[in-house]
Design a protein around this ligand. Structure first.
Ligand code: MSP
Length: 504
């Protein structure tokens, strides 16, 4: 089996989970589930980023010890993982011993090879971004993200980032699709071409973090610590054999705001440590809420728990994946959500299933009817196009064109809806029962294939569709798309799969 390793960013625990976290995680889950159904041995990692000044400040503000604070808040992210029905293989926390060990291991390697040296930092730092900024980058005295910056002067270890400029540029050139989408790739290239300064990788003005080996007054820069999570999980510094098998990652999915850390610093750290580089970093865009930037001060933060309670998990999963071309910014609008649920889920998909199954319950004794191998051209198009469909889906998923892959499946659904209207089995009932059975067989078969294909998007609803045919779990993988429904099996009725939402 081929391996596939995908990661979400690990989330800061200074805050409650919001739609941005849910979005990144869901996109990864879609890809992870797709790959698993397609026969890959999938590793899917998510977790929490628990160190640094931002988290220490948040704990202080609550007058709680940082460790107690992170233990508490991390639970909310773990709960979200469950709530979103993520198929992650592990949930890493940067306060875990396994992670502290791998951070130390990496540091020692970088230090012993001469890539880290002691000096003094003086410059701007944004706690919210946990990032250093040069004077020239500031806009009206703030970080480009709008976050406040503070002047920092302290002894600091530096990573010799400037030395990696040419190697990074060569790597980007040799690996054209390392950074996607391409527009973002250009931003990164321009940044690196503009010259890299050595990066401060330790701080002395607070305590909450991984101590620098042999110099415990220094706390490792939280991004060096956080990025290392991806190799901690793979067994870096603890299990060489496992690490060889589990690293590099195939795909880091991140938001556009943290691309630089993943596409510049991370590859440079890895090159310096003589480690293989991840195969791809994909940066997605940001959501606004009904046209407005999402922020706590505006009070328009979207709570994923509430959203899912109100509209249903699979409905929200579908909407977030479908609404925005993956990589672009997008706007969250309740009316769009309701519209998509009613038209694409309830009407197009739900009705198709309901109509066909109810009709069979009345007219084929609730069984998969016999086709007698008398398929015409239209029938074969409905039941035999899965090969082109799955190969086109694979292509789209491998390019992270997530929304397009959903569109592709809905084209298949539309074709079945068109077929049912054109073939009109209800008109065949009285004088051509044989033809009616063939048409119904094709529709049921198409529904089975659709059920298989939508599993990674809406796992629960897909399962309910596949339960109609009483299929075992090993009958639900993509390599079973071609094994047609057995004539004569009983259909098991399901309640409405996607109830319509009535607008108040
Ligand atoms: N802890 C770092 C990541 C370290 S990875 C080694 C971090 N955490 S975060 O909690 O602040 O953000 C996590 C993700 O949420 C980022 O990918 C970010 O882009 C995403 N989002 C935060 N707000 C968002 C929106 N409004 N819309 C979409 N995603 C956004 O950064």
């Amino acid at each position: 089996m081929k391996n596939f390793y995908i990661t979400t960013p690990i989330y800061y625990v200074n805050d409650s989970p919001h739609i941005g976290h849910a979005y990144t995680s869901l996109c990864c889950d879609y890809i992870a589930r797709f790959k698993k159904l397609d026969g890959f041995n999938v590793r899917f990692l998510t977790g929490t980023d628990e160190h640094g000044q931002k988290v220490e400040n948040a704990a202080n503000a609550k007058q709680i010890k940082p460790k107690d604070f992170v233990d508490e808040v991390s639970k909310n992210f773990l709960k979200l993982t469950d709530f979103l029905n993520l198929s992650n293989s592990d949930f890493i926390r940067t306060t875990q011993q396994r992670h502290l060990n791998s951070c130390e291991y990496l540091w020692k390697k970088l230090y012993s090879e001469g890539h880290i040296y002691l000096d003094k930092y003086s410059g701007w730092y944004s706690v919210r971004d946990e990032a250093y900024f040069q004077e020239s980058e500031l806009i009206d005295g703030k970080a480009p993200t709008g976050a406040d910056v503070e002047w920092v002067e302290e002894p600091s270890y530096f990573f010799n980032l400037s030395k990696w400029k040419d190697k990074l540029l060569k790597f980007y050139q040799d690996n054209n699709n390392f950074i996607l989408p391409l527009s973002r790739r250009n931003e990164v290239l321009n940044f690196v071409r503009g010259g890299l300064k050595d990066l401060s990788v330790s701080r002395t003005s607070f305590n909450w973090g991984v101590k620098v080996p042999n110099d415990p007054n220094h706390i490792m820069y939280v991004w060096l610590d956080a990025l290392t999570n991806y190799i901690t999980y793979s067994g870096y510094g603890s299990n060489e054999k496992e690490f060889k098998n589990n690293w590099p990652a195939d795909l880091h999915i991140v938001g556009k705001d943290i691309l630089r850390f993943h596409a510049v610093y991370w590859p440079a750290f890895l090159m310096a440590a003589d480690l293989p580089l991840p195969k791809r970093v994909f940066a997605h865009g940001w959501w606004t809420n009904e046209g407005e930037k999402i922020s706590k001060s505006l009070g328009n933060v979207i709570d994923p728990f509430k959203l899912i309670e109100q509209y249903g998990l699979d409905q929200v999963r579908y909407f977030l994946l479908r609404e925005v071309p993956f990589g672009n910014d997008g706007d969250f609008s309740k009316s769009h959500l309701v519209q998509r649920i009613n038209s694409e889920l309830a009407n197009n998909l739900g009705n198709l299933v309901q109509r066909v199954v109810s009709f069979c319950l009345k007219n084929t004794m609730g069984k998969v009817p016999d086709h007698k191998n008398k398929f015409n051209k239209e029938d074969l198009e409905i039941i035999n196009s899965f090969e082109t469909e799955i190969s086109s889906l694979r292509n789209l998923i491998d390019q992270q064109k997530l929304d397009e892959s959903l569109k592709e499946i809905w084209i298949k659904i539309s074709k079945s809806n068109k077929y049912i209207d054109e073939q009109a089995p209800w008109n065949l009932k009285n004088d051509n029962a044989e033809r009616m059975n063939i048409v119904l067989y094709c529709l049921l078969e198409s529904i089975r294939q659709i059920g298989i294909l939508i599993q990674p998007i809406m796992p629960n609803s897909a399962n309910r569709i596949l339960d109609i045919f009483g299929l075992d779990s090993n009958q639900r993988n993509f390599n079973k798309l071609g094994t047609k429904l057995v004539v004569g099996i009983d259909l098991i009725k399901q309640d409405v799969i996607f109830p319509r939402i009535e607008n108040k």
